[in-house]
Design a binder for this molecule. Structure first.
Ligand SMILES: [Zn+2]
Length: 207
């Protein structure tokens, strides 16, 4: 039983207060999407797309779905997969490196997998009519296409050069450098980075 309690405690820790949106996340939904998972100090982390319910809340908060759409784990998984590819492209852009081929392909697939036309159906009461097949799939496809397009815009637009990775380890979020040289995603990360620098200075002076 002890072991189970420990497991529960760990599960609670991962539900830590998420960091506030990073600079630029209000203009680029793909940036906020990339930042839905974060590594925090002391080995802690969170993932807003870890479960269908929280993924649903994130989509709704970003006008990417309607509350009546139900998300399944397979949908949340697809979101997490696209997020990993968007993050890989962001990281390559920040490091001015070569973007992974598979991430380019994944983002392009999401971009082009836009909803198809309503299909033709027939039943005894309505006769021939058109219906949206797999509404949940369509909602998720639409959301992923929108996010992929937004990421492509960010990566090729005027803000591509100021896309940055948070400079406060172990944080692994991205931001758009809207405040000059500031390169942390949040006040929390900035305070920690300053404290770490002050600590390093003190240690260097005394040692
Ligand atoms: Zn940060």
């Amino acid at each position: 039983m002890r072991g189970m309690d420990d497991t529960l405690a760990t599960a609670t820790d991962t539900a830590l207060t998420p960091l506030p949106p990073a600079p630029g996340a209000d203009r680029y939904r793909s940036l906020d999407f990339a930042d839905t998972a974060a590594t925090l100090p002391a080995g802690q982390s969170y993932d807003l797309l870890a479960a269908p319910e929280s993924a649903m809340r994130w989509l709704a908060a970003h006008d990417l779905t309607t509350p009546d759409v139900q998300l399944y784990e397979v949908c949340a998984q697809r979101m997490r997969t696209l997020r990993a590819h968007v993050r890989a492209l962001f990281a390559a852009r920040v490091d001015t490196g070569t973007p992974p081929e598979e991430s380019l392909r994944a983002v392009n697939e999401a971009l082009t997998a836009v909803p198809t036309a309503p299909v033709l159906a027939w039943d005894g009461t309505q006769g021939l009519h058109r219906i949206q097949a797999h509404p949940t799939d369509r909602a998720v496809n639409h959301a992923l296409a929108t996010l992929a397009a937004d990421a492509a815009d960010l990566l090729t637009g005027p803000d591509a050069g100021i896309l940055a990775a948070c400079g406060s380890a172990p944080c692994d979020r991205f931001l758009v450098r809207t405040h000059g040289r500031r390169h942390w995603c949040s006040t929390r990360c900035g305070d920690r980075a300053r404290a770490a620098r002050a600590y390093a200075r003190r240690s260097g002076a005394s040692g």
